[in-house]
Design a protein around this ligand. Sequence first.
Ligand SMILES: Cc1cc2nc3c(=O)[nH]c(=O)nc-3n(C[C@H](O)[C@H](O)[C@H](O)COP(=O)(O)OP(=O)(O)OC[C@H]3O[C@@H](n4cnc5c(N)ncnc54)[C@H](O)[C@@H]3O)c2cc1C
Length: 420
Amino acid sequence: MTDRAAPDIRTEVAILGGGLVGAALALALAKREIDVTVCDGLPLEHQLDDEFDGRAYAVALSSRRFLGHLGLWEQLAPNAQEIRDILVSDGRPGERASELNLHFDADEMGPAGYGHMVEDRFVRRALLEAARAAPGVRYLDSAPAELEDPDRTVGRVRPTEIRPVLRLADGRRIEADLVVGCDGRRSRVAEAIGAVRIRGDYDQIGLVCAIEHQKPHGGVAHELFLPSGPFAILPLTGNRCSLVWTERTAMARSYEHASDALYLSEIKRRIGGILGEISLAGKRWQYPLNTTVADRFVAPRVALVGDAARGMHPIAGQGANYGWRDAAALAEVVGDAAQRGEDIGALDVLRRYERWRRPDSLAISLATDGLNRLFSNDIGPVRWARRLGLAGFGKIGPLRRAAMKLAAGDLEHLPRSMRG
Ligand SMILES: Cc1cc2nc3c(=O)[nH]c(=O)nc-3n(C[C@H](O)[C@H](O)[C@H](O)COP(=O)(O)OP(=O)(O)OC[C@H]3O[C@@H](n4cnc5c(N)ncnc54)[C@H](O)[C@@H]3O)c2cc1C
């Protein structure tokens, strides 16, 4: 065994990465009376700035319940727009969307509905401020860190008595029974445990912005499949929508410096007049898109959660939802293990989490990857086949309802904190 200096902080769970998923995990663990330390490399005031991130999230029903369990939904509700309908159609810029489309009506889901759109600035602030204030959570911001592994044993069989250590850039060391990597798609924790990532690259960028518009959106979310990729029009509170316009990388880069007028005219060419006159409501953003799934989610005393475990194409608006489902599942597994007096970092405990979350993750990553590839082209026969396929799918009630339940995260085997 290696001699080690005494740590500066001793904690039960150390979370590397305190974004949307890391902060939620910290809160869920604290509710199970587990002592947590979170470190995030960014200053808190930067993450809490309204202009930190331009995205808005489709928060599925199960995630809404989880945010409720964390005591946050009530404060988010006034800024959440219910999604009443989803209209999926195939089209081309400058042409009307095909009328052979697929329609999901939230009423079919019953009174609980399907989900809500919430802007990043609201959900991130709620989560980070709550994590910062929660008893039992130490939230360290401006604290880049890495998993210290002098023995190079983290990913291999590691004597259980050796606790993993996070080393902060300022030299402080945090020793934990369990380290969780919530550090995003380029997770250093995943790298440290030797996880190999299965990757899908698309040569696509998500152009994101919010618009104000003349006509009410009626709570309808549109997913338009255009040759360069899906174009999502997602209803926000008021007469505003969030747009996620998937574009080929070279073309997207060429729009980076385009004037707002040209940008808006390109948007109009794609969405037509469905919202009447439109104007930009805030900055324009770009997010490179890919899929990346770790071949393992756990190692002795280490687990991966959120995009660190699996980052997917945003075509189905599920990345954060899956991350929150990971967080709810891991908090349940670890909380129950602690209650039974088990070692929360033991590999057999962590494998329960991996068995629960990895198959689901692989399935959604493959599904979103396949959908994006099927719909991001302009091959005539394929276009017609998918138009007929969309319309046919929509006519088969059980299939349509199954797809809605999947998108709402209303599934079997949900963590307790996500059930109705
Ligand atoms: C265009 C677009 C639209 C999307 N829309 C939706 C949607 O509608 N619904 C949905 O559910 N999902 C959506 N997603 C996916 C969602 O944004 C992600 O799944 C989610 O943000 C992942 O959160 P995370 O906390 O796991 O990772 P990240 O957001 O990547 O956070 C990682 C955190 O770790 C910190 N960190 C990293 N390295 C270190 C280090 N060494 N030391 C300390 N800190 C570190 C970072 O500062 C950061 O705060 C969308 C994604 C895109 C690109």
